[in-house]
Design a protein around this ligand. Structure first.
Ligand SMILES: Nc1ncnc2c1ncn2[C@@H]1O[C@H](COP(=O)(O)OP(=O)(O)OP(=O)(O)O)[C@@H](O)[C@H]1O
Ligand SMILES: [Mg+2]
Length: 272
């Protein structure tokens, strides 16, 4: 793996592969709240291309969620611009689906009702949206709980419902904020592989925030390490494992010496 120890300056900060899906150009963001002004994102430029699966890692409170919210259009940059396929982002759009750190579900709707909600709003007919909902509810292994309300679910089950709800919109870009944090180890591994299958199918890109460097190395085509607040990209590291052409057992991948070496390499940036 030639690029593994490439100096930072030599790393490609502008993605590789397809056309740009999402771009941040000189974006900054500050919150004005009870604690006064909190600078959350320092001037950041970044391009995420079609086909990429970008994982963002960095310390708690550094601005990762803020970065995702800017990409989704929930926040407006103080300076700079966010572009979706070249067009300025002016607000949220179902084509850029966001899975939030804390699952946001409609409490009065069942699991299936939540998952069907987006297709219903988009006017998809009942038979078709039932099929879509069934597919994604099964994918996140909640079919048995399809009629349960969110309050009847565990935190991890709520998170899986939220993921199915976003996937049911079949977005071109998926923005995911620690989507697997509340899951047990086995379900997490299952969901990681499901995500890779989804990523290979969708047309755009996936951006995923995680606290697990191992998860980032396993899933990403590219890992962005973010500094302490205000968020600044301190490393942009290509990762080869998820795009390998021959499928391998996840355990075998994670114990591969090259995998372990890349994980340690990324960790060195996270700890400094
Ligand atoms: N709505 C808000 N109002 C004021 N300050 C906020 C708000 N949301 C976040 N912040 C502040 O912005 C900074 C970055 O927060 P953000 O949620 O983006 O961090 P994070 O990297 O996602 O953290 P974590 O890993 O813990 O989820 C923090 O200092 C936080 O206190
Ligand atoms: Mg966060």
């Amino acid at each position: 793996m030639q690029q593994l120890h490439a100096p930072l300056a030599a790393l490609d900060r502008n993605g590789r592969g397809g056309v740009p899906m999402l771009e941040l150009r000189d974006v900054t963001f500050s919150y004005h709240g009870a604690n006064g002004v909190v600078d959350a994102v320092a001037a950041t430029s970044l391009s995420i291309r079609q086909g990429e699966l970008v994982c963002i890692v960095g310390p708690s409170g550094c601005g990762k969620t803020t970065l995702l919210r800017l990409m989704a259009g929930f926040l407006k940059p103080a300076t700079g611009v966010v572009l979706d396929q070249g067009q300025p982002v002016s607000g949220p759009d179902w084509r850029r689906g966001m899975v939030f750190q804390k699952p946001q579900l409609y409490p009065w709707l069942s699991v299936r009702g939540n998952v069907e909600f987006g297709p219903r709003m988009r006017g998809i007919d009942k038979t078709r949206r039932r099929q879509i909902a069934e597919r994604y509810v099964r994918m996140v292994k909640l079919w048995e709980f399809r009629d349960a309300r969110p309050y009847e679910l565990s935190g991890g089950m709520q998170q899986r419902t939220a993921l199915a709800r976003v996937l049911a919109n079949e977005p071109h870009t998926l923005l995911m904020d620690e989507p697997f944090a509340a899951l047990d180890a086995l379900t997490r591994e299952h969901m990681q592989d499901e995500l890779l299958a989804i990523w290979r199918r969708i047309h755009g890109a996936v951006v995923l925030v995680t606290h697990s460097v191992e998860e980032a190395v396993y899933l990403a085509t590219r890992i962005l390490v973010v500094s302490h607040r205000p968020a600044r990209i301190v490393a942009d590291i290509p990762a080869p494992f998820s795009s390998a052409s021959n499928p391998r057992d996840p355990r075998e991948v994670k114990s591969d010496p090259e995998f372990v070496a890349l994980r340690e390499h990324v960790l060195r940036y996270v700890w400094t």
